[in-house]
Design a protein around this ligand. Sequence first.
Ligand code: DX5
Ligand code: ZN
Length: 218
Amino acid sequence: HLQCCINPSILSADFVNLEAELARISNADAVHVDVMDNHFVPNLTIGLPVVQRLQKVSPVPLDVHLMISDVDRWAPQFADAGMSSVTFHVEASNAPVKLARELRARGAKAGLALRPATPVEPYLDLLSEIDMLLIMTVEPGFGGQEFLDIMLPKIRRARAAVDGSGVNVAIQVDGGITEDTILRAAEAGANVFVAGSAVYGKPSPADAIESLRANGQL
Ligand code: DX5
Ligand code: ZN
């Protein structure tokens, strides 16, 4: 089955010990790296220089989530830094098709992210241009928020469109994924699961990853 991936978010990790924090999730499928600019979202995290260093030391591929304005200018530089995937928000790009093509040309998978209030339908014609659709299940900006169940129909519609068009596009969910919510998201059709506090908020992040896999029936 398509359902595969637990991508812990280092947003909930200890930012002064990032290399050690990566080593604690070596059983993950990828590490989710939240880049915020205090403009697209009301929070500020890390930028390109830190992400370039993370790429050098990470035991797992990097799945970068850009919550930044001016993404048409920045995203290609993250692809050049060796990211497995670069996900940008449709609300922040003036030319999402051009940008997705640029990312793929630079060897990264292209991800398109939607805030909770952004409908998926206008972007279904773009599925052949991307490798991943990120359906936010909280308002982007902070970890530890509650999963928005009202996003489940959107996940279902995205899954139907992906399956119907036969493209190989992953459906990622991000925000509020826990041992309790992961199965609902999986049953709706998501197959890549970001989890911050549900991994790094636990005494053993590695065990938490396995619990999520078990509860999501991955
Ligand atoms: C929120 C970020 C998420 C965040 C998720 O804007 O995009 O990746 O780390 O954190 P949890 O899993 O705690 O909701
Ligand atoms: Zn994220």
